[in-house]
Write a protein that binds this ligand. Sequence first.
Ligand code: AMP
Length: 463
Amino acid sequence: MCGVFGIIGGQCEASKLAYFGLYSLQHRGQESAGIATLDDRGAVHYHKGMGLVPQVFTENIIQSLPGRQAIGHVRYSTTGASQIKNAQPIVVPLPGGETALLAHNGNLVNTAELRAELEAGGVELQMSSDSEIIGRLLAKNYQGDAAAALTAIAPKLKGAFALVVLTRGQIIGMRDPYGIRPLCLGALANDGGYVLASESCALDITGAALVREVRKGEIITLTADAVTSIIYDDTKPSALCVFEYIYFARPDSYIEGRNVYKAREKFGELLYREHPVDADVVIPVPDSGIPAAVGFAKASGIPYEAGLIKNRYVGRTFINPSQSMRELGVRLKLNPLPEVLDGRRVVLLDDSIVRGTTSAKLVRLLRDHGAREVHFRVSAPPSVSPCYYGIDTPLKSELIAANYSVPEICQKLGADTLGYLSIASMREAIGLQDFGFCQGCFDRVYKAGVPQGEELGLIYKDC
Ligand code: AMP
């Protein structure tokens, strides 16, 4: 779970636009942020640090990153690898004295194999992330043309990757042959120049217009005034991550032409069709449950109200890796409003139940503050299996829906009723009926393969 951004051309300093782009992608990663630029002489400038975008960058730092091309990266917190050395973009020295800069979103499933191969060839790896491996392979295959080197290494890379690579005079976007992680192309309005970003919300802030998605199996090369594209692999089915629509992407983003907010609202409408209930009020778990709660309220005629008030300054609850801190985080983040809850039959709407920790606490909190009944509705199917392609979900043993039936989960949460959206309705709500998605977390089908050692639960999880 990361956000990537790249920009070339335009009148503003590239580092400034990258800063605003990354700010808009902050929801994709709060652990670290980084921006790298190449100036007109080909010299590299970069800054990265732990924390949120505005914590990592000051005005002075942005000004110390000159050049008309920049890339940026925000990284999500994952257990065990929360270190500055894993922050991106990665600086990749190329043969001949040039440098490439690389930012990666996704997860390779054959990291162990590639790592062993590189190490056997005498390469010393510094980071624990698979992104460095891609960088090293790129360097090894570079003969003066980065797009050609990426094409050469593509068959080796198994799993999910959306990459932005910057070399002198060009930025390159690349998506895996299944198109699992999103990446879109924008054109800067007046000045010429292009932007690549994980989500379209990051184009809006830079004044770039969305041109199209980078395609699955595509390497797209952008200079200040030209676009070249090669499809290096068109043999695989499309498998865009469906969880982007459910939870991860920002509601104001468009993915494959479908607005994320509208898809979520429709999840809520169809959830009511599947799991109707007689109740007095629909309450979202903010922010992720809001659009679906709006849809559920519209479809049911039950009034929508804010019954949980969110502290805007607390990050996503999964940020703290330890369970005890996660529990404290729930109360810090969400406070119930007794005025809305007292004596009422509540529909509580959230986008997903992962471990069940947050959800159980919320049900209890609502009851403690007066709710007479709590009907939990989830605007996604049960999360029954981990993600191997870059969404930070826990191992199967920790996923409540992988281990218990819906009635058992309902009991564990202490809810009166529990209803999940079906896979069919989820797909209906998104539309794009002829388009292929990865929904492995819901149906255990992993089109791009799973890592070796997966059955042992020993996978290294990184973004
Ligand atoms: P829990 O009840 O403890 O499983 O937590 C469910 C909450 O976690 C929901 O509010 C989701 O919006 C949120 N959530 C779902 N998937 C993720 C994820 N991969 N990272 C962080 N939060 C998530």
